[in-house]
Design a protein around this ligand. Structure first.
Ligand code: AMP
Length: 249
């Protein structure tokens, strides 16, 4: 079984982003960039399936600029076998990414696409669903546990107020939620080894992909500032304030 893991380069989750002065988006210049955390979980899950003998090969793919190859190297340092960069300078929306990923799926013919449930930069939570629809494959989104057996994959999904277990026939798309696993750290020797693993670059323009944006960002603004809170000494004071100031009881 071959597993394809789409990974995205995003602003590191520890960085506090600032809105650009012209409200056109957020400033990303000079910020630390990393592998999207949910994609790290997806890579880890694919590696575990390979280590269990369920999968033979784990291929990572990213759509983006040349610099995005750093997240491919990170994924290979974790253990992925090889990587594909679909190079483009275009701003990408989930529909465009799903189109590009479908082209890679058609080339690579994986049995499973294991990806993040969402990219933490624009929080779209749409690419996996769109890709499954374009491929006509079943999808198991928000996976917190998976089990592959007899050409099927059982997925435990995180849903509102509980979990749902579904069984999908392969090939399928699954998207990883936070509780699926705890990703490993790449060791220094593996970081060195990853430098020699194959990384293929394909020009998006040569693949004949439709990456044209359909969304226009009207404006990006900071959330309203919250008023500073106060500390009360006891419950009686709280009840008093709820009665007299907030007037909610
Ligand atoms: P999103 O729908 O943008 O929240 O992203 C969901 C998932 O799609 C991510 O966790 C990645 O696995 C994948 N993805 C999104 N953008 C890209 C990209 N540019 N290249 C590769 N995979 C991507």
């Amino acid at each position: 079984m071959k597993i394809l893991v789409p990974v995205k380069r995003v602003v590191d989750y520890n960085v506090k982003v600032r809105v650009a002065a012209d409200n056109s988006g957020v400033e990303t210049q000079g910020l630390k960039m990393s592998l999207n955390p949910f994609d790290e979980i997806a890579v880890e899950e694919a590696l575990r399936l390979r280590e269990k003998g369920v999968a033979k090969e784990v291929v990572v793919v990213t759509i983006g600029q040349q610099v995005a190859q750093d997240v491919l190297r990170t994924s290979m340092a974790m253990g992925a076998d090889r990587a594909i960069l679909v190079r483009t300078d275009d701003a990408l929306e989930p529909r465009a990414v799903a189109n590009a990923l479908k082209a890679i799926v058609d080339r690579e013919q994986p049995n499973l696409v294991c990806m993040g449930k969402q990219a933490i930069d624009d929080d779209m939570n749409a690419t996996g669903q769109m890709l499954a629809a374009k491929l006509g494959w079943p999808q198991g989104t928000f996976a917190s546990n998976i089990n592959v057996a007899d050409g099927k994959i059982e997925v435990i999904r995180e849903i509102d107020g509980g979990v749902e277990t579904i069984s999908l026939s392969l090939p399928a798309v699954i998207t990883a939620d936070l509780r699926l696993n705890e990703p490993r750290y790449a060791s220094l020797p593996n970081i060195m080894k990853a430098r020699k693993k194959p990384l293929e670059t394909l020009e998006a323009s040569e693949l004949g992909l439709d990456l044209a944006p359909r969304l226009t960002t009207v404006s990006v603004v900071e959330p309203p500032e919250r008023k500073e809170g106060i500390k009360l000494n006891n419950a009686a004071e709280l009840v008093e304030k709820l009665k007299t100031e907030a007037k909610v009881i």
